[in-house]
Each structure stands twice: as C-alpha cells, then as structure tokens.
Design a protein around this ligand. Structure first.
Ligand code: CA
Length: 228
C-alpha cells in the first residue's frame, strides 16, 4: 500500500509538480485547493502526511494546521512565503513538523516527505534514558522535560534537538549533523530549521541550558552546568 500524501495548495502551478514528483517517488498523492476541503478529506481518507500551504483562499493554513493537530498527529509540512511566521509554525502553537519557504525545490520537498515518513511510524522511543544538565532534566522514556520542578512543553523536534545537544554535551554539532540526527535528512537541507528550533529552546529554557552558537560551525551545550 503506497503512503498517501494530501497536498493542500490553491496554486495549481505549484501543486501539479509536487503531485507529479510525489507520485514518481511512489506515493499516492491527492490535491485539494481549499482548507475546508482539506479538513473534510482528513476525516474521509486520513493521509500519512499533509503538505499544507500557508495562504489558502478560505481558511488560513495556520488555522487548518491547528485544527488538524487538534485531532491528529499526522506529519505536516507547511509551505510558506513568509519567513516571520516560522517560529510559530514549527512551535507548539501551530505544531507543523517542518516547513519550506516558497519558492522551493520540489525534490527537496520529496526528500523531506521521505525523511519524515521514515521516522513517523508510531515506533516506541528507541531507548529510554534520562539526561540532566543543571536544573534541566530530559526523560526520553516519559518524553518529559522539567526545569527544576516545572514541566516544560517542547514540540517533538525541540525535544529531539535538546536530547542530541545534551547527549553530545561539550561537543559542537554542526547544523548538518543536527539535521541528520533530528530530522533524518541525509543531505544538506535548509539549515534554518535548526536555527528556528534552537531559538525556541533558548526561549523556553533560558539561562538554565545555554545553547552556544559556534560561529561558522554549529551549536553546543557546555559541559559545565553546575553539578550536572
Ligand atoms: Ca496559496
């Protein structure tokens, strides 16, 4: 059974090549042009992944994403023309798994679809384990992060990114390494995704878990957080 991709895009000259490339890659692709239609198809024939345009003629793509998220954990790739919404899009507020900015390379989109679906099957966390860094504790088995006694809400990719940084504490990870580890890309993708997620982590964890930018290289968490 081929995996089904729902493309929500009102611009036919974008949707058509996307559909063609996805079908060529072995997926079954359905294209709708409106948000209402997308939400209806979500119920009638739930897809394995949604490619969702941000600017739709009826309901805003962000709202469509929120409504899908309210009922489903299906992977969602947002297609956006606006850079400034990216923090919101991939954060908990909207909950997309990834995003691409127009104009994008269709082959890159297909590569991301494959990467996400490779990781999407509801497989249990590979291993449990708990890492502590100062007041920050990340528990992989329970999928929980706490700051002191307070729980911290992280989006799935933020969680995986924090785990990767803490696991390699004291070492610099390049953006490409982080992309491959957290997002599953095996090519040099759009590394801004990494920057956006690092920004979210910094905002949520603050000085309790300083993520250092190593210019021209990548990111690291120091190995000197108090008694951690
Ligand atoms: Ca549009």
């Amino acid at each position: 059974m081929p995996e089904r991709i729902l493309i929500v895009e009102d611009e036919v000259n974008i949707a058509t090549p996307v559909r063609t490339y996805l079908e060529r890659a072995g997926f079954e692709a359905e294209h709708v042009t409106h948000g209402e239609e997308a939400l209806r198809r979500m119920e009638e024939a739930p897809p394995n992944l949604v490619v969702l345009d941000l600017n739709l003629p009826d309901i805003d793509g962000l709202e469509v994403c929120r409504r899908i998220r309210a009922v489903s954990q299906v992977p969602i790739i947002m297609v956006t023309a606006r850079d400034d919404d990216v923090d919101k899009i991939v954060g908990l507020e909207v909950g997309a798994d990834d995003y691409l900015t127009k104009p994008f390379n269709v082959r890159e989109l297909v590569a991301r679809v494959k990467a996400i679906l490779r990781r999407a099957p509801a497989q249990p966390e590979p291993v449990g384990g708990v890492l502590t860094h100062g007041r920050v504790t990340i528990d992989r088995g329970r999928h929980e992060v706490t700051l002191g006694d307070a729980p911290v809400q992280l989006a799935p990719k933020e969680f995986d990114l924090l785990w990767a940084l803490l696991e390699e504490r004291g070492h610099v990870l390049t953006r490409d390494q982080l992309l491959e580890r957290v997002w599953g890309y095996t090519f040099a993708g759009d590394t801004r995704t990494v920057d956006v997620h690092v920004r979210q982590l910094r905002r949520k964890l603050g000085d309790d878990c300083p993520i250092v930018t190593v210019w021209g290289v990548g990111y690291k968490v120091g190995d000197d957080a108090g008694a951690a």
